[in-house]
Design a protein around this ligand. Structure first.
Ligand SMILES: *Cc1c(COP(=O)(O)O)cnc(C)c1O
Length: 410
């Protein structure tokens, strides 16, 4: 059963059928999925959701597929961790980590978008899927394509972290490392997508793919007992995730699954790649592309496709944005590890560093509930912290050597 009416241009409102297309032929606006919310309202209740398996497909009516889900059946429903030690350290009352670095097949939030994109690719009859990626998307597409029996090409910038490269190659897709940054990879992929009949998850399948990000918001609300938090801090690359967190919460509110919508969505970017936050701070909605220079490679998109809509999200929700330096990113990774036992990748470092800043600046008041989205796992970006976390205590295999090394032990 389908709850999707079709696609619609976000700019001129022109409607399109459900096809693997992503731009309006008339105004070049981007296309978005339109749902039949009345029909969804009759089918989707808190009780129905609670009875379903703990995966993102429990919100299936709000996802853009026509048949049953076929890919990524175990993706999603990651922990919402009450971070009491971290909250104390930051001087706030209630802080949660939405921990997408774990309980996902490839340990990042990209398993959400790919579950939806590849289920849709199969519905469209694609035999090969592809993506332009800053790393995590390549991992998720590679893994899910392998499991789904689809051909797979992933395109990445040449200078990615080893962990991200290995975590694609192991699934045996075609990994194409392009000499250039993500924006150059993406430009090349748009050309390739025009020529080959592939399901490019973040190009011709983008309207469907992007909807998968809403599930992080659905889960946060459900895990809070069907309430929306006062603040959500989200990392931005293309900006898509931030817009979909907001869209997801608005949908729950529209369907009366949450009683009210107090949430402010806040944007986190690395200082070395902050085109969206910079524009927002300048009070502009025109994104000036930048050349990224940051250790947060998963967020290193200098010309973000959804930047304009991300700024609208911040404005509409009353949120704000901040940036984090490389040093602050590493400090935040270590802070999260030390206080909560969670090892995040650089993107999570950006997000926590920005949350910390917004709390310090008083823009997030200490008594209001905060959710920080940790979107990827630290084991994939070990080189970012390798030289800043000390060394093991090296000893010979004897008690004497041990006691000499550690000093006097009572
Ligand atoms: C892709 C990615 C994001 C942000 O994605 P958007 O393009 O803004 O939707 C955030 N964190 C991690 C770890 C990512 O891989």
């Amino acid at each position: 059963m389908s709850f999707v009416k079709g696609l619609k241009c976000r700019e001129c409102g022109r409607e399109y059928p459900k096809e693997p297309i992503y731009v309006c032929e008339f105004c070049f606006g981007s296309l978005e999925v339109v749902y039949d919310y009345e029909k969804i309202g009759r089918a989707l209740t808190r009780k129905a959701i609670a009875a379903r398996p703990p995966a993102l497909w429990r919100y299936r009516e709000l996802l853009p597929i026509d048949g049953d889900p076929t890919v990524g059946l175990t993706s999603g429903f990651t922990p919402l961790v009450p971070a009491r030690n971290l909250a104390r350290e930051l001087g706030v009352k209630t802080l949660y980590i939405k921990d997408d670095s774990t309980c996902h097949p490839t340990m990042s939030f990209k398993d959400r978008v790919v579950a939806v994109a590849l289920t849709k690719a199969k519905e469209f009859g694609f035999e090969t899927v592809a993506c332009a990626s800053t790393g995590n998307l390549a991992n998720a597409v590679s893994a899910h394509a392998a499991a789904a029996g689809l051909g797979c090409y992933v395109f990445i910038p040449g200078d990615l972290e080893m962990g991200k490269i290995i975590s694609s190659l192991v699934y045996a897709p075609k990994v194409v490392a392009v000499e250039g940054n993500y924006d150059e990879v993406n430009r090349l992929c748009s050309e390739i997508a025009g020529k080959y009949r592939w399901g490019f998850v973040n190009i011709n399948l983008r309207p469907y793919y992007a909807e998968g990000s809403k599930t992080i918001a659905f889960e946060i609300a459900e895990q809070l007992g069907w309430l929306a938090p006062a603040h959500v801090v989200v990392p931005l690359a293309s900006g898509s995730l931030s817009t979909k967190v907001w869209k997801g919460l608005k949908e729950l509110h529209k369907l009366r699954l949450i009683p009210d919508l107090p949430t402010r969505v806040h944007a986190a970017q690395a200082e070395g790649c902050s085109p969206i936050v910079t524009a927002f701070k300048e009070g502009s909605d025109v994104i000036r592309p930048v050349k990224p220079k940051t250790i947060a490679k998963s967020l290193a998109i200098g010309n973000p496709a959804d930047g304009y809509y991300a700024i609208q999200t911040l404005q509409e929700s009353g949120g704000t944005g901040e940036t984090a330096t490389d040093e602050e990113i590493v400090d935040a990774i270590k802070l999260l590890a030390r206080t909560e036992g969670i090892f995040t990748e650089t993107a999570g470092g950006v997000t926590l560093a920005v949350a910390k800043k917004l709390i310090k600046q008083g823009r997030i008041p200490p008594e209001e509930p905060i959710v920080v989205c940790v979107t990827g796992n630290g084991l994939k970006t070990q080189e970012a912290v390798a030289h800043q976390i000390g060394q093991p205590i090296r000893i010979r295999p004897s008690l004497k050597s041990f006691e000499e090394a550690v000093g006097s032990i009572q």
